[in-house]
Design a protein around this ligand. Structure first.
Ligand code: AVJ
Length: 327
């Protein structure tokens, strides 16, 4: 039987939904109103993000793929850890398209390592594990389903080997700068001396190039943002009228913050989880930050969170870097 569709008891509603409701309602009660982009990725959101990655304007994915495809040896070399056995841990592994170039290389090289993908989605991990079992039977895969830091702890309990932690895709850009500093600090504390991290950063560049990637003509990014309202309507019995919200994107080339908002097109009341949320006409709903960095910004982040710079490897356009740091 499926407990999630059993409406007779409230105790069986999973924790995750309660946390979702709490965070969404709290965001809608604050001034300015905000929603967290970490909730963009329901089934439809995953699909929309796939479509975004296929748009010609969205340069990030091809740039980082260029690094993993064409600079594999260089990457592997910087991550070699004196040929010691190690665990390759990936935060938010998804389909592991980019990282697979790296671990295939390590397998061919006969390195002694386990690949440990961490993801919040059990479905994605199952698919990945089954595919890797078929394609790379010699690769030891230990999938860890849950929050990043909980699962890092679990990884340490499973194995005492050196760690290489991957955090790709400029996912760090979805944190406010202050949160990114906290995140790197916590990551540093969870690791041991000598461990390595590889973090993907989208670089500051021609501001029009950046704005175009998030303000696409076909409105996919707008749909991606609005999809969170659809999700809230479905999961929290809300009644957002999508025609009354408009996507608005900004990029500030000085700070490097690329931000998306939804603008309320009228004075309106929305009911969300038994609560009425009132919007003024033109009131903003903060949705997502995609922070961009200069190479100096990245260096400062490493310096102030306890990491030593090892290298940073850019794509051929110099638009994206994978920074390698050591504890
Ligand atoms: C998944 C965080 C890399 O911020 O560039 C794409 C998500 N948002 N278009 C990004 C996203 C709008 C993306 N990351």
């Amino acid at each position: 039987s499926n407990i999630e569709t059993d409406s007779s008891t409230t105790e069986t509603i999973p924790n995750r939904n309660e946390k979702f409701q709490e965070e969404i309602v709290e965001g809608l009660r604050s001034t300015p109103k905000k929603l967290s982009s970490k909730y963009f990725y329901d089934k439809n959101g995953d699909k929309l993000f796939q479509e975004i990655m296929a748009m010609p304007e969205y340069y990030l994915t091809p740039c980082e793929l260029d690094i993993f495809k064409n600079k594999t040896v260089e990457l592997a070399d910087k991550l070699s850890l004196g040929n010691e056995p190690f665990d390759l841990i990936e935060l938010g592994a998804g389909d592991a398209l980019k990282s697979s170039y790296l671990f295939r290389h390590f397998v061919r090289d006969g390195r002694d390592f386990s690949y440990m993908p961490i993801d919040i989605s059990g479905n994605i991990l199952n698919e990945l594990q089954q595919r890797l079992q078929k394609e790379l039977p010699n690769l030891d895969v230990v999938a860890l389903e849950g929050e990043y830091f909980d699962m890092l702890e679990k990884a340490s309990a499973i194995s005492e080997r050196k760690k290489v932690v991957l955090f790709l895709g400029s996912n760090i850009g979805n944190m406010e700068l202050e949160e990114a500093y906290q995140f790197c600090n916590s990551l540093n504390k969870k690791l041991n001396k000598g461990d390595l991290v590889l973090i993907g950063f989208d670089l500051k560049k021609n501001p029009n190039t950046i704005l175009n990637a998030y303000n696409d003509k076909n409105g996919l990014t707008a749909k991606f943002n609005l999809n969170l309202l659809v999700r809230i309507n479905r999961e929290l019995e809300a009644d957002f009228d999508l025609s009354q919200f408009e996507h608005y994107q900004t990029y500030d080339p000085i700070s490097g913050a690329c931000r998306s908002y939804l603008v309320s097109l009228s004075k309106q009341d929305v009911s969300v989880a038994d609560e009425i949320i009132s919007f003024e006409e033109n009131e903003l709903l903060e949705m997502e930050i995609s922070q961009k960095f200069s190479k100096a910004d990245i260096q400062e982040l490493a310096d102030k969170t306890g990491f030593a710079f090892v290298d940073q490897i850019a794509d051929s356009k110099n638009w994206f870097v994978d920074a390698i740091w050591q504890v």
